[in-house]
Design a protein. Structure first.
Lengths: 255, 641, 222
């Protein structure tokens, strides 16, 4: 296959970027998209040009490190991660435009590499159950109906790649945040902190500069792990009920 | 140098309990006076950093990825073992211990392995409490499956994404400590050196991968939780970023490297499709529970998966079932891998390259229905289809072994401390628990055991003994010296401006390693490999081409540093493989096999763990032997017939 | 009371406001549409005027009308401010945008809303504003039924009314179900009902509305 690539190049976050066109010839249809970029990069290095920087790691669709907005879709035209996208998906002679994730909350570091640390900060705001190591009950002490466990798993399958933000016309992080809020809201282990969790994670999400949710469902359509917008509705419920019913306990008894 | 394993005396089942009691404790009020550095945030690193933060230590955690959640533990699929015996099928701590020792072909320490089996039950409790959504039965209790050749169902799993769910659990615990201010997290930061002063580990040197800034961090102890070195083979199931650099730099600062040649080759990976191949994809070996492995009885060159149906049942050789009637397709990984290779060596391999065997689900689909198979393996089948374009519901999969895990790593004692005081290695980065071969679903177990339940005890003992004021600041000349050395190396890499790319060197190294130090090894081949690697090293340092600058994100520069370390490690692996003139577990020396081609151990000569000491640039490393004492199990020839 | 401010200034809270006011406006549409549809009795406006008079003079309804105006204003202002904030969340746009991963109208609620706002200005200046002004200044209502015939004799106006109704159709088609999602009312058992009712509503109401100027223009009603 022969492919024309239009790739966003940007030296660092402070300089202005732009598209550069490359020709990739003799591309095997069995290559993954990233392998195609590897081969292109080798040829760039041979010509003394700096290779295209892009994030990637596990290359088996689970670490969530790879990104790339390919021909108008995060992770390309299939509902999978870029590392699992193969060149057989494209036509010979096609022009492919590759852009970085675009969002105020995901500043560009270099070329196609963006900074997704906002996601970590949201998780740090409350995406956990406060248990210390040791001193926990036996694993089978709390039975969880299979359906609930399955639903929680569906939400927990999020790989934190940011495709939902990239896909959303508002660059909203609702699907990502709601996946964690949902997982822990469904499970009995998450009940103790469910109110604080919803409040804090939403507050952190807003402060990072993500947009709001217009319910276009673009995130769900593009999510490589098929996370459902049902989670967003659940987070809405959790958040509203938390905001309307939570209160600080004033300690006073027994003094 | 005398290697002290520090495994406590006494009955096996009481060792850890007794040891825990004998370990010194750090006063709760003093814990905040200690700084602990954790490198790597996979299962071992994240669980250790979180647990130590909870105890009150000041922790600095480092990862080279953009988030701790990306560590390669996330890619583990199958499950995690624990001796819970929830299934009432005869499991026990002792049985898990025994299976692990036997599976490791009697090249692991009894004491460590027993402790691993013992704490395995706590891991499951811990993960469930964190909200890890393990698979459950309709009654709401946890589900188990049999995995990787175990005769009992002791594997807990979360669909095909167990590693992901466990890592996200540890990541959430880590996040909680970051939010509490007890852990300071450094992402996109790579460790490039360890600083040792007066024989104690005092800190590390790092490079901020975004700005290129070289920085020093001091601490009372350093924990390396940096995973394995399978990427020395270039093609492996490891993540592209997985590397040996942290361990290797520690090795060069005096830490011994244990059993470097012990590599696990995983039997169920997707075969190589061409020269462009950048990594190999593993499919969970749970597939072998229902899939039947076969090749045609006679060679069919270039047989495609869609033509498999044309081979009648009578012309198929289900070689694992034939050779190992009692374990069948569920023999341990090393046995399954080696047999696949033998079939291909005989010319009976399938696929365009002839380097593949079939893994067939048609009988299972007939027996249980497509729906059941889909529920069990749906995501794996989808992944396979995505990568190869073939639909495994309609035709057999093609599989071939690939490098997956490295049992070797930094030598550590029972406390997980290397021979350098204050320097620890956890998880895959150490050599301790799996001997010469790791059983399925045991890597996750070991990573979390080390991080959650071992290091919080053993580290406290060291810290209490040295005292909180025994610390060296980053203004110490040793830090400055180390920074200069790191800078010099970075600048050297950028200044060579040769003709070959880093990847070209890496691929060449990988081919050599796979050819001569892969699934089977012999003396002549290993000697050839050693020579080739030495030549490659010389060429690398005179002909590598690394573009760009050191003060920016420069992924070629990162790779160059890692490949340089892989080359040196490769040579040590070859040395170790040469030295160990026996077959055991994943290490198969052709000179040492039974008449029917099974691995033959030589217990009289080789019942030891090798620990190699770095003696300086281009100097041969010195071998130290830690004798392995087996007081509870009898060494037997492994048999899965 | 800080929590109320926090709630309604959060992105979720602002969507809550959009959903609540949206559903309130939807309930208004039902009444508005029902009463206006009285013209189809073709009784010279008798029934229509009876109810028109009731709505224009009943003190309870007049009080509720203040809420209605507020509902419109909040929905509009909040909508515009969300549009601005959402725009700012992606300062650099993508160069490839023609790759639908969602329906165009769900992505165009701001545009459709703006069209509806323009329509609303035209529509209220035809009927509601002159009528209420007259009520305040002269104390009597204007003959709305007759005015309708005057206004809808102009084909351009009929055309713009139909455009308004089409915008309303698309706006409702997304807005109705979206409001439930924003409120967190998403349940496998009821999603089908919500979607069916929403679609039916967004077809029927704008259709009935559009039929009015058309029927008047073509003198199907006299």
């Amino acid at each position: 296959m022969n492919i024309t690539l239009k790739v966003w190049r940007q030296k660092n976050k402070d300089t202005k970027g732009g598209f550069k066109t490359y020709q990739a010839d003799h591309v095997s249809s069995d290559m993954s998209f990233l392998e195609m970029l590897d081969v292109l990069n080798t040829s760039l290095i041979k010509k003394g040009e700096e290779p295209i920087h892009f994030d990637h790691d596990c290359r088996e669709g689970i670490c969530g490190m790879c990104s790339l907005y390919i021909n108008g879709h995060p992770h390309g035209p299939l509902q999978t991660t870029t590392c699992q996208l193969h060149m057989r998906t494209f036509k010979d002679g096609e022009t492919i435009t590759v852009e970085p994730w675009r969002a105020k909350a995901f500043p560009i570091i270099k070329d196609l590499v963006v900074d997704r640390s906002a996601f970590d900060r949201i998780q740090q705001a409350g995406g956990y159950v406060s248990v210390n190591t040791g001193g926990v009950p036996d694993a089978n002490e709390i039975p969880i109906p299979k359906k609930i466990a399955d639903e929680a798993f569906d939400a927990a399958a999020c790989i934190g790649c940011g495709a939902c933000v990239a896909a959303c016309k508002n660059a909203s992080a609702m699907l990502f945040v709601s996946a964690k809020v949902s997982q822990l809201a469904l499970l009995p282990q998450g009940q103790a902190e469910k109110k604080e969790r919803a409040e804090k994670m939403v507050a952190q999400m807003d402060s990072e500069g993500f947009g709001s949710c217009t319910n276009t469902r673009a995130c769900e359509a593009e999510c490589p792990k098929g996370i459902s917008v049902t989670n967003i509705a659940r987070m809405n419920r959790e958040y509203f009920s938390a905001m309307m019913t939570s209160y600080e306990v004033v300690v006073g008894g027994g003094e | 140098m005398k290697l002290e394993s520090k495994v406590p005396e006494g009955p096996l089942a009481e060792k850890w309990t007794k040891h825990k009691f004998n370990l010194k404790l750090v006063n709760p009020a003093n814990k905040r006076k200690y700084d602990v550095i954790v490198v790597g945030t996979g299962l071992a690193g994240a669980s250790a950093a979180a647990s130590l933060g909870e105890l009150g230590y000041n922790v600095k955690a480092f990862c080279f990825q953009d988030s701790p959640r990306r560590a390669h533990s996330i890619a583990a699929q199958g499950g995690i073992n624990a001796a819970k015996n929830y299934q009432n099928d005869g499991d026990s701590v002792y049985r898990l211990f025994y299976d692990t020792i036997k599976g490791g072909d009697y090249r692991a320490r009894e004491g460590n392995v027993y402790r691993l089996a013992e704490v395995s039950v706590n891991i499951i409790d811990q993960c469930v409490a964190q909200g890890v959504p393990f698979a459950r039965e309709y009654g709401g209790l946890l589900a188990n499956r049999s995995f990787g050749g175990a005769q009992v169902s002791r594997t807990f799993y979360a669909r095909g994404q167990t590693g992901q769910q466990l890592l996200l659990g540890a990541y959430s615990a880590l996040n909680r400590q970051i939010a509490n201010g007890k852990v300071k997290m450094y992402t996109r930061t790579e460790m490039l050196d360890v600083v040792v002063v007066d024989g104690k580990t005092r800190g590390i040197i790092t490079r901020d991968l975004v700005t290129g800034k070289i920085e020093s961090h001091s601490g009372h102890a350093v924990l390396l939780c940096t995973g394995g070195y399978g990427n020395v083979f270039y093609l492996s199931t490891n993540a592209k970023g997985s590397n040996v650099t942290a361990s290797w730099r520690a090795h060069k600062k005096g830490a011994l490297f244990g059993n470097p040649c012990f590599t696990q080759i995983h039997p169920t990976c997707i075969p190589v499709s061409g020269d462009h191949q950048s990594k190999l994809t593993l499919m969970s070996e749970s597939l072998r529970n229902d899939g039947r492995v076969w090749v045609p009885k006679t060679a069919h060159k270039g047989l495609k998966a869609k033509e498999a149906a044309s081979i009648p049942e009578s012309d198929r050789d289900y070689f694992l079932e034939r050779k190992y009637p009692s374990f069948g397709n569920l023999v341990p990984r090393d046995v399954a891998s080696r047999n696949a290779k033998m079939m291909c060596d005989e010319g009976r391999g399938v696929g365009a390259t002839g380097l593949a065997v079939f893994l067939d689900f048609s009988d299972a689909i007939k027996r249980d229905g497509r729906k059941t198979i889909e529920a069990k393996y749906g995501n794996l089948f989808d992944m396979y289809k995505q990568i190869t374009g073939d639909n495994p519901y309609e035709m057999p999969m093609m599989i071939f072994p690939a490098v997956h895990y490295t049992m070797g790593g930094l030598w550590v004692d029972y406390n997980l401390m290397t021979n350098v005081p204050g320097l620890y290695a956890l998880g895959e980065a150490n050599f301790s628990d799996h001997g010469a071969n790791r059983l399925g679903a045991s890597a996750l177990m070991q990573g979390l055991a080390d991080g959650y339940f071992v290091i919080p005890y053993t580290l406290g003992d060291y810290l209490a003994n040295i005292g909180w004021n025994d610390k060296v600041g980053t203004d110490h000349p040793a830090f400055k010296e180390a920074i200069e050395a790191v800078n010099a190396r970075v600048n050297k890499l950028l200044s060579i401006k040769g003709k070959k790319t880093v990847d070209e060197f890496h691929r060449e190294l990988g081919l050599t390693m796979w050819e001569y130090c892969g699934m089977s090894r012999n003396e002549a081949g290993l000697k050839t490999a050693k020579k080739k690697i030495q030549e490659l090293k010389a060429e690398f340092w005179s002909n590598v081409d690394v573009l760009g600058n050191s003060n920016e994100l420069n992924m070629e520069l990162e790779k160059a540093g890692r490949v340089a370390d892989f080359i040196e490690l490769g040579e040590l692996m070859v040395d170790d493989a040469l030295n160990r003139a026996e077959s055991c577990g994943g290490h198969f020396r052709e000179e040492s096999q039974t008449p029917d081609g099974e691995a033959l151990r030589k217990d009289d000569e080789f019942t030891f763990a090798s620990a190699w000491e770095y003696k300086g640039e281009n100097q041969p490393e010195e071998l130290h032997k830690e004798e392995l004492r087996f007081e509870n199990v009898k060494l037997t020839q492994r048999s899965y017939k | 009371m800080k929590w109320i401010i926090d709630l309604f200034s959060s992105s979720l809270g602002r969507k809550l406001i959009m959903a609540l006011t949206g559903l309130f406006l939807i309930s208004f549409l039902i009444i508005h549409c029902t009463i206006n549809a009285m013209i189809f009795f073709n009784d010279g406006g008798e029934t229509f005027s009876y109810w028109g008079h009731f709505m224009g003079t009943n003190p309870v309804i007049r009080t509720l009308e203040i809420g209605l105006v507020a509902g419109f204003l909040i929905h509009i202002i909040q909508g515009l401010s969300l549009w601005r904030a959402n725009h700012a969340a992606r300062p650099v746009k993508y160069s490839v945008t023609k790759a639908p991963n969602s329906t165009w109208y769900s992505r165009s609620m701001g545009l459709l809303g703006t069209l509806l706002l323009l329509f609303l200005i035209m529509h209220t200046s035809h009927f509601w504003i002159p009528n209420r002004t007259n009520q305040f200044t002269h104390g009597e209502e204007l003959p709305l039924y007759k005015m309708m015939f005057d206004v809808f004799s102009n084909p351009w106006i009929v055309f713009f009314y139909v455009i308004g109704c089409v915008s309303l159709f698309w706006h409702l088609l997304h807005g109705f179900a979206s409001a439930f999602q924003s409120l967190g009312l998403n349940h496998l058992k009821y999603n089908g009902v919500i979607s069916f009712v929403g679609t039916a509503f967004s077809i029927i109401v704008p259709f009935v509305f559009a039929l009015m100027p058309i029927a008047v223009y073509f003198k199907w009603i006299n």
